[in-house]
Design a protein around this ligand. Structure first.
Ligand code: UD1
Ligand code: CA
Length: 454
């Protein structure tokens, strides 16, 4: 197949989203709509990406580059129609020779196989191919008009269509593949003599036919090319995506006790024999190894979970958490930017941030790594097999040696050598019979008060 470049239309403000963000920056399964579209293009090895955006959409550049480092942005100052929008990519793609795929930034469910199929139609005598879909409710879409031989001869927008043309149920998805040699000359032929007074991309079909070239049609299901216009559709799309992601995870060996309560990210990676209890949220960048169990109510972002680990219930794993094989992270534990090495346990009510916890170390309930002084973060290092007693505060920067013990309720401000015991709490004083005397004194004084009142 020829080289592929893609042009992604995203200049629309998305007024119905009622948002200060460009529409394509909104997210489904934790990934922007734009990110989904670029990911689909990447899967068919698109070498170049040009994203058409409106003025004042600077955030789109970084987003596009995070999915395709060489992506370029072209700004469409005035929104004069889809044909005008595509022509904005000319500077970026002027040296490109191959097939240009035109994609919509707000159509995130598009399947890479469909795009491949569409692009493969491009040939010397067929410089243009259109992705269509059939629907019993075609209102609002451009209609694909075919001649008696079934060849595509024009796309007519709803606004410009005759009553007869409006009966057609084969619609334009908007997605097209065009031979780059033909694209720019075809765009130059466009005018805005139509109901919307816009430069319609769809008119390149007519101009292609006028030049005695054929125009191909690939057909996909309507769901794949569904667009997003408002937040309800965004929520519906989330539902569709989540179902897809959960099914893919289950098909691959993940048990979900209550799949509909588990929220996945488009990039979540699972091993086999993973079990997930209800109400677990996965943000971006999470990988889960084989034989891991995640108990109910966990929130996990940018975390790697090693084989055999047991997580939760009620654990919060924040960015930069790296859990090695057979680790245990229990209830009400928060971990951030920390590595927990093989077999270490952090079982209850603990905060571990900016830390390294060595192999088989045991972190007692209520341990806090005090990593922040209001200005900067400092690191805590806990050695192999160390034992940190409950309710200890480890004031970073500090290190606890291999095999060392920290007595419960200690406040540790100095490094603890290997195999030492660190204690930093007031020594206990027992006063015999003190409580008895205390109670007796209280009782006497309350009796005197009462007798005075009487
Ligand atoms: C377009 C198609 C129609 C198709 C429908 C599918 C044309 C003329 N019509 O209609 O045949 O059935 O999509 O959804 O192409 N955009 C820009 N700059 C512009 C105009 C649009 O970037 O100047 C972008 C929008 O952000 C959007 C996409 O192009 O992502 C489509 O624009 P929209 O105005 O929604 O086109 P439709 O009228 O729906
Ligand atoms: Ca539209």
């Amino acid at each position: 197949m020829a080289n592929i470049a893609c042009v992604i239309l995203g200049a629309g403000k998305g007024t119905r989203m009622k948002s200060n963000q460009p529409k394509v920056m909104h997210q489904v399964a934790g990934r922007s709509l734009l990110g989904h579209v670029i990911t689909a293009a990447n899967e068919i090895n698109a070498q170049q990406h040009c994203i058409i955006c409106g003025p004042d959409m600077p955030q789109m550049e970084a987003e596009a580059k995070s999915f395709a480092p060489n992506a370029t942005l072209a700004i469409q100052e005035d929104r004069l129609g889809t044909g005008h929008a595509v022509s904005m990519a000319k500077n970026a793609l002027v040296d490109f020779d191959g097939t240009v795929l035109i994609l919509y930034g707000d159509v995130p469910l598009i399947n890479p196989k469909t795009l491949k199929n569409l692009a493969s139609l491009i040939a010397t005598d067929m410089p243009l191919a259109v992705l269509g879909f059939e629907t019993p409710t075609p209102k609002g879409y451009g209609r694909l008009v075919q001649n008696d031989e079934g060849n595509l001869i024009a796309i007519i927008e709803e606004k410009d269509a005759t009553d007869e043309q409006r009966q057609i149920q084969l619609c334009n998805s908007g997605i097209m593949a065009v031979d780059s040699k033909h694209l720019w000359p075809l765009l130059e032929k466009l005018d805005n003599n139509n109901a919307a007074q816009e430069y319609y991309l769809t008119d390149i079909v007519r101009h292609c036919v006028d030049q005695n070239k054929q125009v191909g049609i690939a057909v996909c299901g309507p769901d794949e090319v569904a667009g997003i216009n408002d937040r309800r559709q965004l929520a519906d799309m989330e539902h569709v995506f989540q179902t897809k992601l959960r099914n893919a995870a289950m098909d691959q060996g993940v048990t979900m006790v209550s799949p509909q309560s588990v929220f996945l990210n488009a990039d979540t990676v699972f091993g086999t024999d993973v079990t997930i209890e209800p109400n677990v949220f996965f943000g971006k960048g999470v990988s889960v190894g084989d034989n891991v169990t995640i108990y109910a109510n966990c929130h996990i972002v940018e975390t790697s979970i090693g084989e055999g680990a047991l997580i939760g219930p009620f654990a919060r794993l924040r960015p930069g958490t790296d859990l090695a094989k057979n680790t245990k992270v229990g209830n009400f534990v928060e971990i951030k930017k920390a590595t927990i090495e093989k077999g270490a346990k952090v079982n209850h009510l603990t905060y571990i941030g900016d830390a390294l916890v060595g192999e088989k170390a045991n972190i007692g309930a209520g341990t806090i790594t005090c990593n922040y002084d209001g200005f900067g973060k400092a690191k805590t290092i806990i050695g192999k097999g160390a034992f940190v007693g409950s309710n200890s505060s480890l004031i970073a920067p500090v290190s606890i040696g291999d095999g060392a013990y920290v007595g419960s309720a200690s406040v540790i401000t100095k490094n603890v050598p290997d195999d030492a015991l660190a204690l930093s709490r007031a020594e206990q004083v027992n006063k015999p019979e003190w409580a008895k005397r205390f109670r007796a004194a209280k009782l006497r004084s309350s009796k005197t008060k009462n007798s005075k009142k009487g």
